[in-house]
Write a protein that binds this ligand. Structure first.
Ligand code: PG9
Length: 623
């Protein structure tokens, strides 16, 4: 009782004015976590250290390692949400790695976010364009070397996975692979920024990149967002003038990468020497690789097929080089894959791929004692009939069946004998054809992600769009390969773009899904900058009103046009504001065109003897 009246022993008090934010970074413990998270600065051969987040399943032993090298913030990539569960902390695309005990590693590429060093956009391989001793091949090599020596929970086997830029870093690692690098899944990899991935398509520049470059290249962390002040990008970009003017308006012309773009509008050695299909063609195939891409990939629809094709000849037993094409948008493979725009597929095709094809492939090469996977050389989702197919090669057919443009805006497999020799339209750079209906919100994900499946009825009746259509099909028509455009066309100007769209026109009424009645579904579309018709590195003016041949490939298709459907081909000369406008007057560099260079032109598309414009289709005769 007496004790209760004694003063309490003095305790050390926290001074009232002690700073309330700790000097060192505070990491909360995660009670009950099913993982251990380590953050390491991994040293590269030149002394630069790269920020690396390593997530190890609790109690892991002899676990394989799955590495992603990213310019998009490794810390965030490894922290979708703060959670004690690895499955919630990582992204949906990691679901199988989490469920099957992989150690998951994310690393910032040099110069971005937590990593030291200089950032160079899609840093070229050591060689003519890179006179340093380091590139993504050496950085991947040094990282893998460190991981297998410093993660006691691992079995010393490493896989790499990643989409887009992260797919590019996977392919770069294949240029000079570490012996512990056992399997690779590059998804929608950026391979050739001029021919058809990200920056240009066949020489036409994608204006959407300016916002991307601002966000990536103005700071080591998150870069600036551009303040447009105009709700409709079509309006805002039209007002600005050329893409050079648009860049200058924001001060972006000061950025080195923008300068490099503007200095290399043609397919010169700058682009050729960093094209990864060319680089990988010259290297041996050492690491089993499964290249993945979305059928309607709105960012990198070119490179996956290109690298698969150059590697295929080296795969003597057809068991190391694989291709997977799903019914996806860009990077859709890592998200929910049961729909795209109005299209409905046979369940979650992306989850199905990750579980049934990607995981067994990785397990085979990365897990000790795992069984050989039954991986098809090619796994392709055939659109139109909606089914996955195991194929032993790609493509199944060459573009050998011409579908001719005919008088009366018809299409047919026979040549035209009618007397009308051409169709014409006026292409006015002051009123370019929009790539999606206006107002154009190019950076709105809901607009951007599904745009390659948008209904093309919004454009087919414009006076500056030619639309040719076939009879209703009475039997299925199966295509599996790359259609070729073979256009005979003239312009009254001295330069011109040609946009060609291959479209599946649905029947007037679709009982199962009424909103698809009459839908004009794009199967393959692309743009070609006419000045490159004689060589991608040889820009040449057109002779006004003289018909010339424009020949270019459309993206790969694996599609069945069903009975009752019709085939449509649309042709136009602008696709704005996604692609910069061709002034239609030949100027040395379209980035720097002045307002007076932009002129209306009369475009003619021929269907005359000797000038039979056609889309050559990769028709599969017997399935
Ligand atoms: N398509 C994006 C990109 C890759 C490479 C260069 C620039 C952009 C991406 O999604 O990462």
């Amino acid at each position: 009782l007496l004790l209760a009246f004694l003063p309490a022993p003095t305790q050390a008090q926290t001074p009232a004015m002690s700073p309330d934010i700790p000097a060192a970074k505070f990491e909360a413990t995660v009670p009950g976590a099913d993982y251990i998270k380590r953050v390491e600065m991994i040293p590269m051969r030149d002394g630069v250290k790269l920020y690396t987040v390593i997530v190890i399943p609790k109690n892991a032993q002899h676990a394989p390692i799955m590495l992603t090298r990213t310019p998009y913030n490794a810390a965030r990539r490894a922290n979708r949400s703060t959670s004690p569960y690895m499955a919630s902390m990582l992204n949906d695309g990691d679901d199988q790695f989490v469920a099957h005990g992989y150690i998951r590693v994310f690393q910032d590429v040099r110069g971005k976010y937590g990593s030291e060093g200089d950032y160079v956009m899609t840093r070229p391989l050591r060689g003519p364009l890179n006179n340093t001793d380091v590139d993504h091949a050496t950085d991947a090599y040094d990282t893998i070397d460190w991981l297998v020596k410093n993660l006691p929970q691992s079995n010393g086997k490493v896989g790499m996975v990643g989409s887009s830029y992260e797919g590019f870093t996977v392919l770069m690692a294949l240029a000079d692979p570490h012996p512990a690098f056992k399997a690779a899944v590059p998804m929608s990899p950026m391979v050739d920024g001029w021919r058809g991935d990200d920056w240009f398509h066949n020489g036409a520049f994608r204006n959407s990149n300016l916002g991307y470059i601002a966000s990536q290249n103005t700071a080591r962390g998150e870069g600036v967002q551009l303040a447009s002040g105009v709700y409709d990008d079509y309006e805002g970009m039209l007002r600005a003038g050329s893409t050079g003017d648009l860049a200058r308006q924001y001060g972006l012309d000061q950025l080195n990468f923008v300068k490099k773009l503007f200095e290399h509008p043609a397919y010169d050695s700058f682009w050729q020497e960093q094209a990864l299909d060319r680089i990988l063609a010259a290297r041996p195939l050492k690491v089993p690789t499964m290249t993945v891409v979305g059928r309607w990939d709105q960012e990198d629809i070119y490179g996956a097929y290109a690298t698969y094709a150059v590697t295929e000849g080296k795969d003597k037993n057809n068991d190391m080089n694989h291709l997977v094409v799903g019914p996806w948008r860009h990077s859709g493979v890592n998200y929910e894959g049961s729909t795209l725009g109005p299209l409905k597929f046979t369940g979650d095709t992306a989850a199905e791929f990750r579980r049934d094809v990607m995981l067994p492939f990785f397990d085979q090469y990365l897990k000790d004692g795992a069984p050989k996977a039954d991986t098809p050389p090619v796994w392709s989702y055939q659109t139109g009939v909606n089914r996955w197919r195991r194929l032993d090669r790609w493509p199944l057919a060459q573009a050998a069946t011409p579908l001719f443009l005919k008088a009366g805006f018809r299409l047919g497999f026979d040549k035209d004998s009618a007397s009308d020799k051409y169709d014409e339209y006026v292409s006015d750079p002051a009123k370019p054809v929009p790539f999606v209906p206006r107002p154009v919100r190019m950076h709105d994900a809901a607009v951007w992600k599904p745009w390659l499946v948008n209904d093309q009825r919004s454009f087919s009746d414009r006076p500056d769009v030619l639309a040719y259509v076939s009879e209703r099909l009475s039997a299925p028509l199966q295509l599996a390969g790359q259609p070729m455009v073979n256009l005979f066309a003239s312009t009254s100007g001295t330069d011109s773009d040609w946009v060609v769209k291959l479209i599946d026109v649905y029947p007037d009424e679709v009982a199962a899904q009424p909103e698809l009645g009459g839908y004009q579904l794009p199967i393959a579309m692309d743009i070609f900058r006419g000045r490159y018709r004689q060589g991608l590195d040889k820009p040449m003016a057109a002779s006004p009103n003289k018909a010339e041949r424009y020949r270019f490939a459309l993206p790969n298709v694996d599609h069945v046009f069903l009975p009752g459907h019709r085939i449509m081909v649309q042709i136009q000369s602008s696709w704005f504001p996604l692609y910069d406008r061709n002034p239609q007057t030949f100027v040395p560099n379209i980035f720097l065109a002045s307002p007076a260079d932009y002129r209306k032109a009369t475009q003619r598309v021929y269907h005359a003897p000797g000038m039979e414009s056609a889309i050559e289709l990769p028709v599969v005769k017997n399935d």
